[in-house]
Design a protein around this ligand. Structure first.
Ligand SMILES: [Fe+2]
Ligand SMILES: [Fe+2]
Length: 346
């Protein structure tokens, strides 16, 4: 079903509206005269619009749920210099009949490709049969299968977009591999070697609970009840423990270490980890997670101030970051290099 009118086109009052919208919020309220009315927040890829239904509330109020699509007839209205919509008729629209691109406000990332890269990475790099089996089982969990390519890694600050979680995980896997390779070249005299398979399992599982902690679709994300009450660390711990217990003869120390990685990945108790990192792989996981999240949020806070020397303070560090030395001015550099014939003598 084609969507003809978009919210960005509804900037004036008295525009007749006949179009499909995504219902991001639905509330049944009472007028001062104690009459029911519906208050809706409607969304499409171009923005958000408040909408009201005062007539025939009984016929329409149970017709659709929050986070569904509706066809709406109505007229725009102006109140307090804001445009809203007075609805006269609502029809439920089947999700299979809409073009999803009309309703996604952000681009999102290609979760499909990132996920297949994650699977390839595991295939090539994880050797331990128990770890491999466990990762395979968790990534086949019905809730994970349904959500993994679409889920954000956070509500704001880092990877807070469709597909952000799997992008974050893939980035961390690649970064972890570089660290593993680095310390392979600098072996410890004490004979300690990083357990690569354990570290990669920690990367895969560390935020897996976010698929329950954050709910919503079409970038209409919020913390679920489970998320608010349990948090992603506990949810991930519980999920992975259950899957480990299904694998016969899973080594008990390996189980402890995998669960420790999940529990300690926030690094400090004050950041929600019940234990702090106590094995080398947990320390690496914590720093890689932290680095990936913070750099992502800094890069992202630059976009809103493209030509500025400082980012905004809307990032994980909650401060402005100087990017005057980090600007991508490679073309300028090449020109300068060509014009400057003097070689630096050291
Ligand atoms: Fe986390
Ligand atoms: Fe993370």
């Amino acid at each position: 079903m084609n969507k003809i009118q978009f919210i960005e086109d509804l900037k004036e009052k008295d525009i007749v509206v006949k179009s499909i919208f995504f219902v991001s919020k639905k509330e049944l309220k009472k007028t001062r005269q104690n009459k029911d009315y519906l208050f809706l927040t409607l969304k499409d890829k171009t923005g958000e619009l408040s909408a009201f239904l005062f007539e025939n509330v009984d016929s329409f109020k149970d017709l659709f749920e929050e986070e569904s699509y509706i066809f709406v007839e109505g007229i725009t209205n102006e109140f307090n210099q804001n445009i809203n919509l007075r609805i006269s008729k609502i029809e439920k629209v089947d999700e299979s009949n809409i073009n999803i691109e009309d309703f996604l406000t952000q681009k999102g990332v290609d979760g499909e490709t990132f996920f297949s890269d994650v699977l390839d990475f595991i295939d090539e790099n994880v050797k331990d049969k128990h770890v491999k089996k466990l990762i395979g089982m968790v990534l086949s969990d019905p809730h994970v299968v349904a959500a993994i390519k679409e889920h954000p890694a956070a509500l704001k600050m880092h990877h807070a977009i469709r597909g952000g979680l799997v992008e974050h995980v893939l980035s961390m896997l690649k970064l972890s591999k570089k660290i593993v390779e680095h310390y392979r070249d600098f072996p410890s005299d004490a004979g300690i070697k990083i357990n690569e398979d354990l570290l990669y399992a920690g990367v895969i599982f560390h935020d897996i609970g976010k698929m329950w902690e954050i709910s919503g679709k079409n970038e209409n994300y919020s913390f679920s009840d489970e998320g608010k009450l349990l948090g992603h660390i506990s949810i991930g711990f519980d999920l992975v423990s259950k899957y480990i217990d299904k694998i016969p003869e899973f080594p008990s120390t390996l189980k402890l270490c995998i669960l420790h990685l999940i529990l300690s990945h926030h690094g400090e108790r004050e950041y929600g980890s019940p234990v702090t990192p106590k094995i080398p792989e947990a320390l690496i996981l914590h720093y890689v997670d932290n680095l990936d999240a913070k750099l992502y949020s800094i890069f992202n806070s630059r976009k809103s101030s493209r030509n500025a020397m400082w980012t905004s303070n809307q990032n994980a560090l909650r401060k402005e970051i100087f990017i005057g030395c980090s600007n991508d001015n490679s073309e300028e550099k090449i020109e300068n290099e060509e014009s400057d014939g003097d070689e630096i003598p050291f």
